[in-house]
Design a protein around this ligand. Structure first.
Ligand SMILES: [Fe+2]
Ligand SMILES: [Fe+2]
Length: 245
């Protein structure tokens, strides 16, 4: 029976859920083809890192199953084009929709006073998520995305950003944010009976659910494209550029 602790081997993580390997790769501590007989403890020791940090990250995706999303049409894009696509399809959408949703959630929760615990939690949770997503997008646009654009340019040299000049650090932060955001999205689903509209709902409630549903659907795809296309491609490109230099 699988048990996640500091003695767990990398090969066991892969057999249990490949999402955990993805997280490990995002930290830059493990790459395809590395020795999978090492334990998490041994891996962390080599990087001078407390295994608890990595174990926490792994535990959060342990039960996660990948959504059924096909992004194969994006495979032909280069790093700069992937970043462009994410900004125009997802960041622009969130910037436009989040303030509208925050306002709607506030109106619905306000109308129902403090008597409805689920609506109060929904308002608190969603307002927090909206702030986190704004900060997260800014972090991507100021640190990771410029590095991706630099790598796709002619000489491939990364100009230092406020997060240095390697993609591993920002990607580990982003992965962590994504895990937290997915947990919040799941909780929003619980609080709204999976975004159902009760027959008695008024127009504001209907609008709120429609808006939240669009945000959740777009964000699940957004995160998936970054986790499964942008981040691995950025890490691979950086490794290839270093080998070639
Ligand atoms: Fe993003
Ligand atoms: Fe992201």
């Amino acid at each position: 029976m699988f048990e996640l602790n500091s003695e767990t081997k990398i090969a066991e993580l892969d057999a249990e859920n490949p999402a955990m390997i993805r997280v490990l790769k995002s930290t830059g501590m493990y790459s395809e083809g590395d020795n999978t007989d090492r334990t998490i403890d041994e891996l962390c020791m080599g990087f001078g890192l407390n295994p608890m940090i990595i174990l926490n990250m792994l535990a959060r995706v342990q039960g996660e199953r990948p959504p059924d999303i096909d992004i194969s049409e994006l495979n032909e894009l280069n790093l700069a084009q992937i970043v462009e696509h994410i900004e125009s399809e997802h960041h622009a959408f969130l910037r436009e929709t989040l303030p509208v949703a925050v306002e709607l959630v506030g109106r619905v929760a306000g109308k129902n006073g403090t008597g409805d615990d689920r609506l109060s939690e929904l308002r608190e949770l969603f307002t927090g998520l909206a702030d986190e997503l704004e900060n997260h997008m800014l972090h991507e646009e100021e640190a990771l995305f410029p590095m991706c654009r630099d790598m796709a340019a002619d000489d491939g040299t990364i100009k230092p950003t406020r997060c240095g000049d390697t993609v591993g650090g920002p990607i580990a932060c982003m992965e962590n944010d994504h895990i937290a955001a997915k947990q919040t999205l799941a909780r929003l689903g619980e609080l709204t009976d999976n975004f159902a509209v009760p027959e008695s709902a008024d127009n504001t409630y209907r609008e709120m659910i429609e808006c939240l549903t669009n945000i959740v659907q777009n964000t699940v795809i957004h995160i998936y494209k970054e986790d499964h296309l942008l981040f691995p491609r950025a890490l691979e490109t950086q490794a290839a550029l270093r080998e070639g230099s």
